[in-house]
Design a protein around this ligand. Structure first.
Ligand code: HEM
Length: 377
């Protein structure tokens, strides 16, 4: 918990800080071999200049401190989405995305991916629970050397429209020791100050979680722009929709501490898991700056290809453990919107990454070999 961690592992890219007026697009032309070392220190600098930090100075370090305040410091683990497992597979484009974006990932053909499944929160040993937000982060290794990184969740909208809302919410909704529940007065005061979160929570309630990771839809939630070869730009949001049939998750408390991850490990062992990558096209006037606001349900959704996960790996050096799924690492043809969460995410993920990569790593709670061995007996 300190503000001194301004340096981290060596950076392969150190972009110039951007002026306040410039958009924060980062173009990543990064060798696949560099996967372990890449972070987004530069993006942190962009975020400062991009002005997401209001005058009372909500800094990336304070954000990382807040996660530590709530969950403790767990050396080597992410400050949020700490519990997770690494994954790998392939994205096969069907060519339909070419009209929308010049990104090489949409040309017909196949792109390897490094991915990670996770649960939200800063506790790497947290018990799996139906209502806990699930994450699916994907790094596409484009064959021209670029990368596209996206971290998606299984919610229909995000709960906060501005970084400060997230920062205040995680504290206001934290369980208090006396009851094990959030303090209702604090929650009420928070929701009065951030009515958009109350509206987003109502939408989340209407979208029950799936039984498993493998049959969950995951959404990028923040808006971006796609630009095609003719220079035409369009606002988009993306999601991945599972081929496995939806079954609602049970609300009953589970005795099996790791049931979601165990089921995922068994599912991938039985065969590849597939999702369709769907691009939702925004229309003029659709909000791009606020991830709590859904777009109208009738917006076109284009199926641009199939994302297949065919292997999982216990988190360790060189796999997704050491990737920073910075949402501003984008290939040419995809650029950020005016959503203020994007700069904040980039800067805070970089801070979390710098802290965790300077600490000694502890073994992950999700051990793929162990689960497989247990199942074999
Ligand atoms: C101000 C807004 C947000 C903040 C401050 C924040 C913070 C964080 C932090 C600190 C991490 C750990 C990063 C690392 O150490 O690599 C993280 C991971 C993650 N976040 Fe966020 N987050 C925000 C918004 C979002 C949104 C809008 C989404 C989904 C659309 C999201 C999805 C995820 C996922 C899936 C991970 C895990 C990625 C992985 O496996 O490495 N977050 N977040």
């Amino acid at each position: 918990m300190n503000d001194q961690d301004q340096t981290g592992p060596p950076e392969p890219t150190q972009p110039e800080p951007l002026s306040r007026r410039e958009r924060p697009t980062r173009r990543a032309v990064l060798g696949a071999a560099a996967i372990g070392g890449i972070t987004a220190v530069g993006a942190g600098a962009c975020a400062w200049a991009g002005g997401w930090l209001p005058s009372d100075r909500l800094t990336p370090a304070k954000f990382a401190d807040r996660f530590e305040q709530l969950s403790g410091v767990h050396d080597g683990f992410r400050r949020n989405h700490a519990k997770g497992v690494s994954a790998s597979g392939t994205f096969v484009s069907n060519g339909a995305g070419v009209e929308l974006s010049s990104a090489a990932v949409f040309a017909s053909g196949s792109t390897p991916v490094t991915a990670r499944f996770s649960l939200s929160g800063g506790l790497p040993t947290v018990a799996d629970a139906n209502a806990t937000t699930r994450g699916f982060a994907v790094l596409f290794h484009l064959n021209n050397g670029e990368q596209w990184r996206t971290a998606m969740v299984n919610l229909p909208v995000f709960l906060d429209s501005v970084p400060r809302g997230f920062y205040d919410r995680v504290l206001a909704t934290a369980p208090v020791p006396a009851t094990g529940q959030p303090d209702p007065a604090k929650v009420a005061a928070f929701l009065a100050a951030y009515p958009e979160t109350a509206r987003a929570m109502a939408l989340v309630k209407k979208t029950p979680p799936a039984s498993d990771f493998s049959n969950s839809t995951f959404r990028g939630l923040n808006a971006f722009y796609f630009t095609n070869r003719a220079g035409k730009s369009i606002p988009v949001r993306w999601s991945v929709v599972p081929e496995d049939a939806f079954r609602p998750g049970s609300k009953d408390p589970r005795t099996d501490h790791d049931y979601l991850f165990n089921a995922l490990i068994e599912r991938v062992r039985s065969g590849p898991v597939r999702w369709r990558l769907m691009i939702t096209l925004g229309a003029p006037g659709d909000p791009t700056h606020d991830a709590t606001l859904p777009w109208p349900a009738n917006r076109p959704r284009i199926d641009v290809g199939t994302l297949t996960i065919d292997a999982l790996q216990t988190e360790e050096a060189g796999n997704a453990r050491d990737v920073n799924f910075d949402p501003l690492i984008l290939p040419q043809g995809i650029s950020p919107s005016d959503d203020p969460l994007l700069n904040a995410r980039s800067a805070v993920y970089a801070k979390s990454y710098r802290r965790r990569t300077r600490e000694a790593h502890q073994p992950s709670k999700v051990d793929v070999q162990e689960v497989e061995a247990t199942h074999d007996h």
